[in-house]
Design a binder for this molecule. Structure first.
Ligand code: HMG
Ligand code: MG
Length: 298
């Protein structure tokens, strides 16, 4: 029932660092990404080509990307619109991600658009990215609950997922942006998507750990057959435009669980933990991950 292999989609350098109050120097970001690759992660989201005023923490995307572009790993980047895609393609990006919302409130807060306006904004981005030979991921935020609207009905998520697939997104990532999901809700969303023709093979999950449910939710998704899991080294993360969003599922917590389940990830947990301890030192506060605390040497 469980997948034999899980692809970990590492988001620490993007989802993690976009939320840091202090600006992390570009060189530190590049070293973070290099160390993550060295620990065996093969998909490492590097940065975002968004408006620099909206996310000043990632305003150095043009400087950072060339410093890591030679790594033998996939380096997806976020692109909200054609301007972002142009910037990413100019640097040779081969993996891009658009990011939609299942709710109107978050579409407005995060993209300054309605849900439909933002889908219309993504349409040429996805088409042009595919034409340029890039793989395209479609994120859907607020798949479970929204800080302004409360619980999010499954049909709202299904509608946005189907629109992104019709545009040509290769995979979707179901975001629990504020970390309110529980395992039963995860299973009913996945089943609802399947019923509407969205296959599990096209789905990844993206849990934030606000209520400590990220790992339980991940296990529920794995039991449903999901084989792509987003996680953030050391549990860094959050979203500046979603109040009450905390860190992502920590990659170390995920790897520890998957090792116990006998599921192959290719990640060296010792090197990964050392990287998160090193990064915590740069950020000046300890990682919230229990696994990092248990295994970390400082
Ligand atoms: P807007 O203000 O509506 O922009 O923002 P606009 O389209 O009206 O353009 C205004 C000006 O910005 C123009 O310049 C554009 O060229 C420029 P002017 O002509 O006035 O001189 N501009 C840009 N410049 C550089 N790069 C760009 C770009 N786009 C426009 N890409 C916009 C709309 C989408 C740009 C803005 O809302 C934005 O950047 N939002 C990004 C927010 C963000 O990054 N949020 C975090 C990521 S999502 C997340 O974390 C959730 C996730 O983890 C999953 C989960 O947890 O649920 C993925
Ligand atoms: Mg996120």
């Amino acid at each position: 029932d469980l997948p034999a292999r899980v692809r970990i989609y590492e988001v620490g350098a993007r989802d993690g660092l976009q939320n840091e109050k202090a600006t992390v120097p570009t060189e530190v970001k590049a070293e973070f990404i290099r160390r993550l690759a060295d620990a065996g992660l093969t998909t490492i989201e590097a940065t975002s080509f968004v408006h620099p005023k909206w996310v000043p923490q990632l305003a150095d995307a043009e400087q950072l990307y060339p410093q890591v572009a030679d790594l033998p790993v996939a380096l997806p980047v976020l692109v909200p619109n054609e301007r972002g895609l142009d910037r990413a393609l100019a640097l040779g990006a081969r993996h891009v991600a658009v990011f939609a919302s299942a709710t109107e409130s978050f579409a407005k807060a995060n993209l300054n658009r309605t849900v439909d306006e933002s889908l219309a904004m993504f349409e040429p981005v996805v088409r042009r990215a595919k034409d340029a030979g890039s793989a395209v991921r479609g994120y859907v935020s607020m798949c479970f609950g929204d800080p302004w609207e409360g619980p999010v009905p499954v049909h709202q998520v299904v509608r946005v997922c189907k629109a992104l697939r019709d545009m040509g997104c290769d995979e979707l990532s179901l975001g629990d942006t504020i970390g309110v999901a529980t395992p039963g809700h995860v299973q009913s969303l996945l089943a609802g998507l399947n019923e509407e023709g969205v296959p599990t093979s096209a789905l990844g999950v993206h849990f934030h750990d606000t209520y400590g449910q990220a790992l339980s939710n991940t296990l529920a998704a794995l039991q449903h057959g999901v084989a792509t899991v987003d996680a953030s080294a050391g549990g860094l993360g959050g979203c500046p435009y979603a109040k009450s969003a905390t860190g992502n599922l920590a990659t170390e917590d995920l790897v520890w669980m998957l090792q116990g389940l006998g599921i192959d990830t290719g990640v060296d947990l010792g090197r990964l933990t050392a990287t998160s301890v090193w990064m915590a030192g740069r950020l000046g506060r300890p990682s919230p991950s229990r696994t990092v605390k248990a295994l970390g040497t400082t």
